[in-house]
Design a protein. Sequence first.
Lengths: 618, 394
Amino acid sequence: MSGLLSSGALLRRDPRLLKVPPYLSFLCIVIGVAWLLVLPLDNYSRKTYISENALLPGQVHTYFAGSDQNVFRGYKKEVDALEGKGNTEVNDKLEEFFKASGLKVARQKYEYKSAGETYSGENIYAILHAPRGDAEEAIVLVGAWTNVEGELNKSGVALVLTLARYFKRWSLWSKDIIFLITADSRAGPQAWVDAYHDTHQKGIQSLPVKSGALQGAVVIDYPFDHRFESIHIVYDGINGQLPNLDLLNTVVAIASGQMGIGASLQKMWRHTDTYKDRLTTMLRGMLNQGLGHASGPHSSFIPYHVDAITLQPYGEGWQDEMAMGRVIESTFRSLNNLLEHLHQSFFFYLLMQSSRFVSIGTYLPSAMLVAINFTIMAIFLWVKSASPPATAGKVASATGEKSAPLMLVQEGDAKALVPEIFAEEKERDFFLPLAVVVGSHFLGVLPLYLFNHTPEIMLPAVFFIFAVMNFVFPFLASTVLTRSFAPTSQQYQLIKAFSLLFLGMFLSTLATLNFSLAFLVGLLSAPLTYIRSYPGRPITTVFFIGLLSLLAPTTVFLAGTTYWNLGIGEVLKEAAFGWDVWGMNTQVVVWCVWWPAWVVGMIQLAGKPKDEGGSIKI
Amino acid sequence: MKLFNLLRLPAVLAVMLAAPVAVTAEHTSNWAVLVSTSRFWFNYRHLANVLSLYRTVKRLGIPDSQIILMLPDDMACNPRNAFPGTVYSNADRAVDLYGDNIEVDYRGYEVTVENFIRLLTDRVGEEMPRSKRLLTDDRSNILVYMTGHGGNEFLKFQDAEEISAFDLADAFEQMWEKKRYHELLFMIDTCQANTMYSKFYSPNIIATGSSEIDQSSYSHHADNDVGVAVIDRYTYYNLDFLETQVREPSSKQTLADLFDSYDESKIHSHPGVRWDLFPGGEQAGRERLVMDFFGNVQNVEVDSTAGNATEFEEDLLALGKKIAEIRERAERQEADERNASLPEPLHSTHTTRKLRATKVEADNRSWGKTAVGVLALSGCSLVWWLGSQMDSPA
């Protein structure tokens, strides 16, 4: 018996060592957050650079000027005249324009149903076949008829029409160019891209005409007719996927280097290159990435590994629509130079400003440390759950009724007498803990289904009912648990260990895919590491219940909508739309990972372990 | 003894008088191997580099049959080319390098390390056409020009493989052992180019490169309508020299003039030259004419230096007379000496002995020799007959 004992087993019982993990996991959280905060500093972030040699941004003269401006004005007038007309009527006219430029035109009808509403429309697109190319590859120029805010993209559409006519005159295209005008900025692009890759759902028409593999897409969102100052670049894709950094760098290099137009990101209209501005840009980027929604028509392209961005002119300046056209022209000349898919530069990055970024290798440890904190705690609890209750030994020696039985431990030549109780392994009873943890994770399907299948009108009501239920449910579940199963403190420890283990594993995996979401969820559920039941300490219990309630998914959601002044129904509708149309999976993370962990945390707080103090009596 | 010194005099004189002429005359053909190792549109400049050099050596007289041109890509027909069918090495687009008469010997994926080394060492199959072979001998001067993307002791071929400085050095050694060149000028324009010739160990090579170790080679300028850089700096300034200073095949510009023209502030890297493999080292190498490598061999010496042409002719005439006179005197003296002592000429030097035909003596005893021959033959027959006799009973 004694021979089987290793020094490791003794080490496991070392009270000093057992104190370390909680501090260690706290340290992980602190370092993880600090890590994120130092990223904007010069020493940790890098200046952007072009990796792909073939791009050669800004090395060509642009000729989009002169008489093309008159063409633009003509198209602009036509587009203005079409304002408020029906989708089909608009497309009839657009088809006429594209055909007049000598391009092949096709249309696509689509219809999506989400949250009890129908989203339908008709996309129109024209293909310019590369005169000397091989039609194996294509690049897309997109102008949605209405932009994300629902405004008529008048200058944008006119610019696409003008550029279509202008590009047709060049003979140097190595790839086909597709000019796409979608009916809206949310469903239309998704329908078109899905159909282009033959993965479209029912209700979406197949594309009658296609070209080669898409190599990149640029969206113009230019809904006003005055001159502008700078270009705002939107780059977030669905589920936090990003376009290759080279595409963004190319546009920035062309706009600022060649044309002298500033570029900004994440709605930072005035970026002064201070630490604060860099951090704000980065955090806004992380929030957008974490939410995982489509931020523009380009977002739908990114899941198909088609690098895409949206360009939005903004401000009052002296740049006119022709300057915008020249930026597009130069960008297309660069994309035309590509020999293979954009792959040289980063796909995982955080941008601080248009010319500064951190790559995955630098930022990943931050989310990983937060995720590891859960894993450390889970392992610690697993070890601890097998050790005897600390009170037993103490009580025995304090009362002095009987001395604890000793046993001989031999390690090589060294021998030691230790209390027998130290060498005992308590058997773990983990059927109940596993059932609780797995059950709560499966329960997450309920809200997931509920929020994605409720009609829009009922969404706010459903949300409030759910929010109230959400606070009652853990106590209810806890009562049922204690009444019918009377879990021991060991079982509570195991419940927590499994829950944290799941959370840690899931978040560290997610961190490589969607860093921001993993980091945000990790941070919001960090208190779960330190939650346990506090029997006989009602004030502590109430305090923790209050804290956890503040960090409940529903509370965070409410706080977010209030802070950004959005309607609850509106956001939930958007989320349902994302689920149905974009294939957004943020909800899965929230309802099947974060929420179950939170519920388990609450159950712990409300729980009453059976044998607490019981061992003294026996 | 005096006599033979005198005999040698004309040759010595001739060498002293027309030293450069004599040196150039040592090779009998000129070849050029011009290699670009990179493909793809954004490497337009490498193909333009090679094509510019191709055009220059052709201008200076090397015929297409003696130029091996390796082009891994076809820029003229690239759909991205705004000027289809052309390649320019200058943004002024004055000279279309593709023109109407170019002969590409190795193109596209034929440009590989293996094919390049096979070409140099002539280890090719029988089916290989003559136009794709380097048909040089030990009297051929070769210009080897390479350009592409390289690094420390390697040069990339088409993004797929690379040739190392050791491979190249061994290939040149094989060429030397197989007597495939007389003298070789190796010129390379790539990043860290000078490392490429650092491993050479075969004689008679002069090597030059665009940049030192850890140095990049840079492009000279871009054509904003073509949309790419059109030529590299080192090649640009080499061409600049060749275009402006070596205007015709009779040019007397030396390699020293060419190498001294390199201006590091313009090239933006440190070009290097390696002389130590060349007999006579830097001293001798610097005197070599540019035309020894960039032009075709001149069989006829054209007196292009028009100013002192007649003077030169007169000198030559006077010298001829002088030589004739000396030779006459020498012959007379020789005749006198032969009369005095006959065995003396046997002490003659290697060269003079070679000149004399072997004297066949008339044989007086032919009958005796015939008799010996008949006797020997009959003896052999007897032995053969005896042998067959002993064999038959068994």
